[in-house]
Every structure is written in structure tokens, then in C-alpha cells.
Design a protein around this ligand. Sequence first.
Ligand code: ADP
Ligand SMILES: O=C(O)[C@@H](O)C(=O)COP(=O)(O)O
Length: 427
Amino acid sequence: MNGPLIGCIADDFTGATDVAGLMRRSGMRVVQCFGIPQTPSLVDGFDAVVVALKSRSIDADLACQQSCDAAKWLQSIGTQRFFFKYCSTFDSTPAGNIGPVAEALMDCLDVPQTIFCPSFPENGRTVYQGHLFVGGSLLSESGMQHHPLNPMTDANLVRVLAGQSKQPVSLVTAPRDGEVSDGTFARRLADAGPLVITDAIDNDDLAGIATTVADHRLVTGGSAIAGFIAQVLQDRREPTSVTADIPIPSNGRSAVLAGSCSQATQAQVQEFVRDHPALTLDVERACRGEDVLGEAKRWVDDQSGDRPFLISSTVDPESLARIHAGHGRSEAAAVVESLLSELGFYLVQQGIRRLVVAGGETSGAIVERLGVEAIRIGDEIAPGVPWTESLGSPPIALALKSGNFGSTTFFRTAIGASLADPTPQGE
Ligand SMILES: Nc1ncnc2c1ncn2[C@@H]1O[C@H](COP(=O)(O)OP(=O)(O)O)[C@@H](O)[C@H]1O
Ligand SMILES: O=C(O)[C@@H](O)C(=O)COP(=O)(O)O
């Protein structure tokens, strides 16, 4: 059977789009499915298949089960190489799910060893002597120590992974000059234990590691190493089998839905609303049962012409803390996800065909409400955030952005708007 060159299992939806986008850089045709697709023929003809799960913060046993089911489905379509994608900030807790899922996949794919390579230098994530840095800071001092679901209070990945795994964890430093070509790096890896954290501080390190592990049956990490593995696999193919560009339609009205409260998304919202119509959802009123959805729909109806607009629930940390104290963290999140997903559905009903979504959970809620089964991957807007298009009718262009990704002008860049486009608000 001619299966895909590589099959990925990703632990969240925007993380999946991130790895899909990085592999797409190599020229591979990449498809992303939300869970195991009901219509398997959707993935026919693609070089890389990404199964997006929402398994990052669920019970570890369930995450293992879902990941192994995805691996078995990928095997059933002829996949030989597998990649387990998790966050480049190694988002996990002592209960998992990175260690347990990796070990479950090793069991189910009969693999004795795998590497763990979260490094994503382009987005400031590097690993040195087993310690994960975000920008210039240790992971544990980067803000990630305050993450609501998986606070990362230790930057030592050997210790973090050991705390959530059954088998021993070792560290392999990045390949030095000549160590890839003369096989020394491969021998260093082979001599390491079953679970190996690999240092990588730049793309040269990642390229060397990818050359060595491209034919390993199971590799785990962030999106960057998967991108380099894809490049190794593409470089081996006949030029004619390397795919041409897959354009994502640029026509159709655009809207931005932001449900992330990350620092990056807050800055992106503030930047975009300077000269675009924008609605901030009143989450406290929505939590009290008031008809914020109906009001938002009427606001959408009032927007004129083809002008892009933004709807967000994004608030600063103080307001978020107040909402959590008053209404409960998960209860408020559920209200917001329901509001934004219903609005996403309404926007598509109203003819909007290009949606930019900020936030992993938010993207999950919207994609599920739209009933999207799979998307094909186009060019990146920013590292780790490609334009995609839903496979189904009508095709919808979707940009699903991890909360922390993208520069301040991300929304503007995504929809192709210039700074003064078209008329500053209030004029
Ligand atoms: N104003 C708000 N009050 C309470 N919860 C909110 C608010 N805005 C967003 N949320 C919730 O915060 C979570 C943000 O997570 P997510 O969408 O994954 O973003 P990120 O990628 O930044 O983690 C979602 O569950 C969302 O519903
Ligand atoms: O690897 C990464 O950093 C991202 O792909 C990712 O997984 C980010 O997570 P969310 O911001 O929670 O979507």
C-alpha cells in the first residue's frame, strides 16, 4: 500500500496545524484531520497526514488510548513513519501526557527507543544541556510557570520527562561538526536509553538530528524537527514527485475570532482594532445568562460590505482573574467557547469564507461546530501558522493560531490588510 511518507499525531488542534505547516514547507502535500476521519478517502494523495487530537490536558490513560487508536488508523492506511507532536514548551504535568503517550506509542508501534525534541528556534524555543529556554529565559521563568493547565516550573526536561515516564530518560547533546556524516551522532543516540531528550539550539542542530532520525519509526517533538524530517524525505524523492504550490483561496470576506488571552493575542487584538470594526464579548454578562450571542449576531448583521472585522473575548490577566473568581474557570471557558463557536457558525452562514481564529481550545470549539473533518495546508502566515482550507462544502479558509504565535500585526498580515485598510474606524 502506498501510504503517506509520514503520519503525525498531535495533542492539540493548533499544534497540529503548526506541525502541518512546518512539514508543508518542504513541498509535501499535507492534510490535517480532526480525529480519525469518518471519510478516510479525504487523505488520499497526501504525503503527510496529521491527526489532530485534544489530548494534551485530558486523563493520561484516555490520551494514550486516543493516540494509539490514531497510530493504528495511520498504520491501516500504510504509514511507516510516525511523529508525536506536543508543545514546544513541553506542556505537561507529572501525570503526563507527553511521557505516557510516547511510551504507549512505543509499545503499540513496537519501538524500543524514541527521541524528544521540542526545540523550535524560529519561535525562540531551544534546548541546551536538557534545559528548555523560551527566548532568553528558562522555561520555568518564561511565564509558562503560570500556565493555567500545565504550569511548567522546571526547565530540566530530563527531570520533567522522567517524572511522567516508566522508562529511564537520558540526554544526548546536539551533533557536533562531522558527527552526522561520520555516524558518531547516530551511535551516540543508539547508546542512549529508551527515552532520549535531544539538545538543539538552532536549525543546524535540528537538520543534523533530522538526517539521523528520518527513518526512525517514531520520533516525538515540536513542529520544527518534523519540518526538517519532512525536508529529508522530500530531498530523497524524484523532483517530479515534489509537489507544486497549493494556493489557498484569497477571495471571500474575512473575520477574526480571538478566544486566546495570551500576551501575544492581546497585543494582536489591540493592534488590529486600531482601524477595524471590533466587538468585545461581555463574558461576565454571558456567564449571567444574558443574550450576548444574540447581540453579537445583530452586530455582525450591521457590519457593512466586505470589510474584515474582529470579535474577541480576549481580556487582560486582572479581568480574567475576576471572571474566574466570579464564575469559575472551566464554566467561564465553556461559555466563551460556546459563544465563539456559535458565532463562527453564524459567520459562515452569513457567507464569510475566511476565518482567522486565535487560541487552541477556541479553534477546537469552532472547527467542531463547523463540522470540519479535515483541512489541507497552505502557506504559512507566520512560523507555525499556515492558511488552511476545509475539505468539504463550502470550502472555508481557516487560519488556526496558537495563542502565543505570531507578531503583533498577525491578524492584519493574515487577511492581507494594509495598515490604513480601508478607512480608520470613526472616520
Ligand atoms: N474573557 C474570558 N473569560 C474567561 N475565559 C476566557 C475568556 N476568553 C477566553 N477564555 C477561555 O480561555 C481559553 C483560552 O484557551 P485557548 O483558546 O487554547 O488559547 P491559547 O492558545 O492561548 O491557550 C479558552 O477556553 C477560552 O474559552
Ligand atoms: O509547539 C507549539 O508551541 C505549538 O504548536 C503549540 O502546541 C502551542 O499550544 P497552544 O498555544 O496551547 O495552542
